[in-house]
Write a protein that binds this ligand. Structure first.
Ligand SMILES: NC(=O)c1ccc[n+]([C@@H]2O[C@H](COP(=O)([O-])OP(=O)(O)OC[C@H]3O[C@@H](n4cnc5c(N)ncnc54)[C@H](O)[C@@H]3O)[C@@H](O)[C@H]2O)c1
Ligand SMILES: [Zn+2]
Ligand SMILES: [Zn+2]
Length: 361
C-alpha cells in the first residue's frame, strides 16, 4: 500500500518550501514506516534549500524527528509497530572498514530506505539526510530508528536526531572535553549552544560562547557558558586568549563553518589544543593558513560528523541525563509550529530569534 501524506518540498535551488502530497510506500526489507510526531528545523535544511548540499532536487526536508513506528519490513526485528523512536542519520552497516575496526561512529556506508518516496507524478524525492521528516509519515531504514522512552517530550528529544547531538558530540566525543578544560564555541545557534552544554556536562571549567548576536549569547549563558564574547564588537581570538590566561582554549569548536570562523578557532586554541569543525561549509569555501602555523601550534584539527555519535549508545544516555535534569533539552525548543510555517522558521533562524523551531505533525 502507498500512503498519501503532506510533506515539505523544495523543488529547485532557493525555491520556497511548498506543502505537497507525497507518496510513501509500505516498508520493504530492512525498512520502517514512521508516523512523525515532531521535527526540528535545522540549518542543514536551509543548506539543502540553498543547493549547498547537492543538486538532487526535489528535496523532502526535515531530519530532527521523533515518531512512532507504524509498520516494519518482513525481516526487521530491532523495532516494532508502536515503538517511540528518534530518527537518526547514522544507521551503521557493521561491515565497512570503519565498522570492522570497531569505530562504527565513522561508518562509511550508513543505511537509508531502499525504496523512494515520490511526488504524485512519480518524481523521486531526495529525503534530507535520508530522513525527510517534514511529513506526516516517512520511510527510513530500520536502523535509523533509535528506540526511546515514550514518556519524554518528543519535541525536545527529537532534537538529538541532528543539531543538538552534533553540538553535544562535538564537545564530548570529537573534542574529548574533560574536567577542568577550557572550551570556546564559535557560533551559538542550536548546534553551538549544544556544544556549550556538552562542554559544561563534560566538566569544562571555562566555557566561552562566541556569537555576533547578543540574544544567542544570553541563551548560551543559560546553558552553561561561563563567559561570552560578542565577536561583532571585539576580536574573538584576543578575547578568548585573555579569558584563558593569555594562552587560548584547550578546545575550540567552530559551529558556524566559514573560513573566517575556522581561522578564529585555529588561532584561539592553546598550543597542542584541539579545533573541532562542526559547522558545515558551502562548496565554494576555501581555507588558507600558514603551514608553519599548522605545524608549530601542534595539537589536532578535527571535523565532527554528527558529533561522532553512535545513536544507539548516545540517544538513550542523553535522554537519561535530560530526565534527571542534567541536560536541559527543553531550552532548545524555542517554539512549536505547524508544517506550513517552515519558511517563517527559516527567516527566524536567519534573524537569530530561535534556537529551534519544532514542527508538530
Ligand atoms: N556536523 C554536523 O553533523 C552538523 C549537524 C547539524 C548542523 N550542522 C551545521 O552546524 C551549523 C550551525 O547550525 P545551527 O542549526 O546551529 O545554525 P543556526 O543558524 O541556528 O546558528 C548559527 C549561529 O552562528 C552565528 N554566526 C553566524 N556567523 C557568525 C560569525 N561570523 N561569528 C560568530 N557567530 C556567527 C549566528 O548568529 C547563529 O547564532 C550549520 O552549518 C549546520 O549546517 C552540522
Ligand atoms: Zn559501517
Ligand atoms: Zn540537522
Amino acid at each position: 500500500m502507498v500512503h498519501k501524506v503532506k510533506g515539505a518540498i523544495v523543488r529547485s535551488k532557493n525555491a520556497p518550501v511548498t506543502l505537497e502530497t507525497i507518496l510513501v510506500p509500505d516498508p520493504g526489507p530492512g525498512e520502517a514506516l514512521v508516523d512523525v510526531l515532531t521535527c526540528g528545523v535545522c540549518h542543514t535544511d536551509l543548506h539543502y534549500k540553498q543547493g549547498a548540499i547537492n543538486d538532487d532536487f526535489p528535496f523532502l526536508l526535515g531530519h530532527e524527528a521523533t515518531g512512532v513506528v507504524s509498520a516494519v519490513g518482513p525481516d526487521v526485528t530491532a523495532v516494532a509497530p508502536g515503538d517511540r523512536v528518534v530518527l537518526n542519520w547514522r544507521a551503521v552497516c557493521g561491515e565497512c572498514r570503519a565498522c570492522r575496526r570497531g569505530e562504527p561512529q565513522y561508518c562509511f556506508n550508513t543505511h537509508n530506505a531502499t525504496q523512494k518516496m515520490t511526488l504524485e507524478d512519480g518524481t523521486e524525492l531526495t529525503a534530507a539526510l535520508g530522513i525527510g521528516a517534514f511529513a506526516e509519515k516517512t520511510l527510513v531504514a530500520a536502523g535509523q530508528c533509535t528506540k526511546v522512552d515514550p514518556d519524554a517530550d518528543p519535541a525536545a528529544i527529537g532534537l538529538l536526531g541532528c543539531g543538538v547531538m552534533a553540538g553535544l558530540g562535538a564537545a564530548i566525543n570529537t573534542g574529548n572535553v574533560g574536567r577542568g578544560d577550557s572550551v570556546a564555541v564559535i557560533g551559538c545557534g542550536g548546534v553551538g549552544v549544544a556544544a556549550v552544554a556538552g562542554a559544561a556536562l563534560a566538566g569544562a571549567t571555562t566555557v566561552i560562547a562566541v556569537d555576533i548576536d547578543a540574544k544567542k549569547l544570553e541563551r548560551a549563558k543559560e546553558l552553561g557558558a561561563t563567559h561570552t564574547v560578542d565577536s561583532s564588537a571585539v576580536d574573538p581570538v584576543e578575547a578568548i586568549r585573555e579569558l584563558t590566561g593569555g594562552f587560548g582554549a584547550d578546545v575550540v569548536i567552530d559551529a558556524v563553518g566559514r573560513p573566517e570562523t575556522y581561522k578564529q578557532a585555529f588561532y584561539a586554541r592553546d598550543l597542542a589544543g584541539t579545533v573541532v569543525l562542526v559547522g558545515v561549509p558551502s562548496p565554494e569555501m576555501t581555507l588558507e593558513l600558514p603551514l608553519l602555523d599548522v605545524f608549530g601550534r601542534g595539537g589536532s584539527l578535527k571535523s565532527s560528523w554528527y558529533g561522532d555519535c553512535l545513536p544507539s549508545r548516545d540517544f538513550p544516555m542523553l535522554i537519561d541525563l535530560y530526565r534527571q535534569g542534567r541536560l536541559d533539552l527543553d531550552a532548545f525548543v524555542t517554539e512549536r509550529i505547524t508544517i506550513d510555517q517552515i519558511e517563517e522558521a527559516f527567516e527566524k533562524m536567519h534573524a537569530g530569534s530561535v534556537l529551534r523551531s519544532v514542527v508538530e505533525l
